[in-house]
Design a protein. Structure first.
Length: 380
């Protein structure tokens, strides 16, 4: 029997929520049926940006954000159901990643915090909802991220060649797949988060479409080297990060007066090069031999300039998007959380300890029953 799952993903770019309808196929693989994206209203996106970068926030602000996001996530599910014609009863479960407001695996004790009230999702849709995937891995001593590596391996792995899956969201993370070897995966630095912030500062657009503005500039090699001095780039995995680390304040600390004296387009070009160089160094740290193929997903896969720079930096690797392999770039991470929800309901672990550093495999997330949940009847 075909089981359908919806994955909800709102990444570190804070541009909206992707809802992905999937059908589970043979063990470990799925088929994407349809997708829709619900953008964040401008005021909500700004509040989320503030929540992710400020050191203090009132309880009321955070609670309201949590509730508003839960409602918006439920709306995304309903939009997807309307678009596809499926009734809620046709969906086995929803897997919701939530919106990360702070990820701190290096704190003592470590923690990660995602909002987007899953109880509201379950209540509004009537569909069983699995959420809060990351905290269990954190509790087991892991980084809590990246969690999509198991899905990447199941969906894109092949014995015929070595592959790396690169997600270019707000943060870049890579999954290295080589037959006969353990999966390697980790965050490797900023992807879109700094470029988007810099673009918003100078233009009235949320991102640099196709990398056109970056293309008009010239990367500053000395500034790039200063940015790459950050210890994160030199730490071995397991490691993860977020926009609360690679923030405008971080950029000011490392770039200094260059932000005021250099041409803005040159800064943008340098930030694009920072993403590319972070990826190149990450792959070189895994293996002296480059992967045969780099499959790119996430919003950055649509940045034509960034893709060309990646191809130039990796001349012995074929660089292309995941579209050719069955899932368009913007749908991969949402599909991953549909897959993780299926793992949870099947009682199967969702993390890879060799990736996150956890003490062992763990069943991830919590299950919030929808109205269809069947409870055992009282006997006697």
């Amino acid at each position: 029997m075909t089981e359908r799952y919806i994955g909800l993903m709102s990444g570190t770019s804070r541009d909206g929520v992707d809802a992905v309808l999937t059908e589970m196929m043979e063990i470990g693989r799925l088929h994407v049926v349809d997708h829709c994206q619900l953008g964040y209203p401008d005021d909500l996106a700004q509040e989320l940006a503030t929540a992710a970068t400020t050191e203090t926030l009132r309880y009321e602000q955070l609670g309201t954000l949590d509730a508003r996001l839960g409602i918006l996530f439920a709306d995304a599910v309903q939009s997807l159901l309307n678009q596809t014609g499926f009734a809620p009863a046709a969906i086995r479960a929803i897997g919701s990643h939530g919106q990360t407001v702070h990820h701190a695996p290096g704190c003592e004790p470590a923690f990660t915090w995602q909002i987007g009230d899953p109880f509201r999702i379950a209540e509004a849709t009537g569909i069983d909802t699995v959420a809060q995937f990351r905290p269990r891995d954190i509790a087991a001593g892991g980084e809590g991220a990246p969690l999509a590596c198991g899905f990447h391996s199941a969906q894109f792995g092949t014995p015929d060649e070595s592959r790396a899956i690169l997600n270019l969201g707000g943060i870049a993370n890579v999954t290295w797949l080589q037959s006969g070897h353990p999966v390697v995966g980790f965050d490797c630095g900023p992807a879109n988060t700094l470029m988007d912030e810099w673009n918003r500062r100078h233009h009235r657009t949320p991102f640099d479409r196709d990398g056109a503005w970056a293309r008009s500039g010239t990367p500053d090699s000395k500034l790039l080297e200063r940015l790459l001095e950050d210890p994160f780039f030199h730490r071995p995995p397991p490691k993860s990060t977020g926009p609360e680390y690679f923030s405008p304040a971080w950029l000011r600390t490392y770039a200094g007066d260059a932000l005021d004296t250099a041409r803005p387009e040159d800064i943008q070009a340098t930030l694009a090069e920072l993403t590319v160089e972070g990826v190149r160094r990450a792959l070189a740290a895994v293996s002296a031999a480059p992967p045969d193929r780099l499959l790119v997903c996430g919003g950055g896969a649509h940045n034509e300039y960034l893709m060309k720079r990646l191809a130039r930096a990796l001349p012995d690797t074929r660089v292309e998007t995941t579209e050719r392999y069955g899932i368009p770039p913007q749908q991969v991470e949402g599909a991953a959380f549909a897959w993780l929800a299926a793992r949870t309901l099947a009682g199967e672990p969702g993390n890879l300890p060799e990736v996150t550093g956890a003490r062992g495999p763990r069943i991830l997330g919590c299950i919030i029953p929808g109205r269809q949940w069947s409870t055992p009847t009282n006997q006697g």
